[in-house]
Design a protein around this ligand. Structure first.
Ligand SMILES: *Cc1c(COP(=O)(O)O)cnc(C)c1O
Length: 413
């Protein structure tokens, strides 16, 4: 009995020691994130220049955000929804985590117009593509290897580094028109594709996407397809959704957002498609969302529904056309100056090769000093972005025209 008591006493002491010796561990993967100085450096340089040259008008073509207001159809629908929330009979509390069926149905019909059939259970409404692109990684093991194009939207790399996953890169460059194709000898588990691309504006055609789908299926990988700019695609033959490609429902999850297509960057609504064919992933995503997410506000979902109405579609197309006119102004100028670029046709972004072999930051300084036009240095989006530069069409028409007039004074041959 005494031995027993001593033994128990020792166990308690040992357990205590273990508690006190044990350390609280935090996710140190965050220390592996590279600090991005891109936009802060741009802002600092622009502010310094403005302070020293108060008489010079600076034009910003580096904007990565929409500038036109929400369209009338959306505003009307949201006003109506606000009024519903004010009455007890029509008030709404928690909604379904995966979205109201009125919005899921609107998305379903939107895809149907492009001959893509979706089940309601495959459509998940969210507060935007960025959070879903990060959150989807909850469903994958840390041991997976991830393939990310370079240059690209920084969220893909950073969310995987936070989870401690190994990231390898697919090189996008002038030779492949910034549309890298699969390296069949490479074994990866998760593949990111962004088309139309941010920052390059490059768009895959159906044959190219088919190669990615076939490759993913052959190595049993998942494609995470970011279609945030699908609305900018205006050529019927170019794919807006990866599900326009045979076999994609067996290997691809698609992320879409109303941010760039309907001016929802501050309003927040998107949708993610997880096909039933990806059996476990579809079920796990539903489980993940119902556990960690409580849905998009009713008022916002009514606004989003209106985007897909006939009026809504007409009105958002007018906004997109406005941006695309700006893109045309920029690309015509680059043509006249004999400067190589991609994008601008099916995308709000124009990605150009810096003239005279300047580096991205040299070109940034050169434009700011000489013509007071601000863009985004390509090197901030990945190592292959060095020597390139991003201009966006999200500015006003007048400013874009003025900026390009100035541009020609420097580079027109
Ligand atoms: C802007 C953007 C998004 C959209 O993000 P939201 O969270 O929906 O605003 C997604 N992917 C890319 C590549 C983008 O540029």
């Amino acid at each position: 009995m005494l031995m027993y008591q001593i033994k128990n006493f020792c166990i308690i002491i040992l357990q205590d020691i273990r508690i006190y010796e044990g350390e609280m561990n935090i996710n140190e993967n965050y220390l592996n994130l590279e600090q991005s100085y891109l936009f802060s450096t741009v802002a600092r340089k622009v502010n310094e220049f403005a302070k020293n040259n108060p008489d010079k008008k600076i034009i910003r073509l580096g904007i990565g955000d929409v500038t036109l207001p929400l369209c009338k159809a959306v505003i009307d629908a949201m006003h109506k929804a606000v009024d519903e929330m004010a009455k007890q009979e029509t008030f709404r509390g928690y909604g379904p985590e995966q979205g109201y069926d009125f919005l899921q149905n609107a998305v379903k019909n939107y895809y149907k117009k492009r001959s893509v059939e979706l089940e309601i259970s495959e459509i998940f409404i969210s507060d935007g593509a960025k959070s879903d692109l990060g959150n989807i990684l909850d469903l994958f093991s840390k041991d997976n290897t991830v393939l990310v194009p370079d240059p690209v939207y920084p969220v893909y790399v950073d969310t995987n580094i936070m989870a401690g996953r190994k990231v390898v890169f697919a090189n996008a460059n002038g030779e492949n028109g910034f549309l890298p194709m699969p390296d069949l000898s490479q074994k990866v588990d998760i593949i990111y594709i962004c088309s139309p691309n941010n920052p390059t504006g490059a768009v895959y055609n159906k044959e190219q996407l088919k190669q990615w789908v076939d490759y993913a299926k052959s190595i049993n990988a998942i494609i995470l397809f970011d279609a945030a700019y699908e609305c900018f695609v205006s050529d019927e033959n170019l794919p807006k959704s990866i599900y326009e490609i045979d076999g994609a429902k067996d290997c691809a999850i698609e992320f879409c957002s109303l941010s760039k297509t309907a001016g929802f960057t501050g309003t927040r609504c998107g949708y993610t498609i997880v096909p039933e064919n990806l059996d476990k992933l579809n079920k796990f995503w539903l489980r993940r969302q119902t556990t960690k997410f409580n849905g998009v506000p009713y008022i916002i979902q009514r606004g989003a529904e209106a985007v897909f109405s006939d009026n809504g579609q007409k009105e958002i197309k007018e906004n997109i056309e406005y941006y695309k006119e700006n893109a045309k102004t920029i690309s015509q100028t680059l043509d006249e100056c004999g400067i190589w670029y991609t994008g601008g046709k099916h995308s709000p972004y124009i990605w150009l090769k810096c003239p005279n072999n300047m580096t991205s930051w040299e070109f940034f300084d050169y434009l700011l000093e000489n013509i007071q036009v601000v863009g985004t240095p390509g090197s901030g989006f990945g190592k292959n972005g060095e020597g390139y530069f991003r201009l966006t069409s999200f500015g006003s028409k007048e400013n874009t025209i003025e900026a390009m007039k100035r541009f020609k004074t420097l580079f027109k041959k």
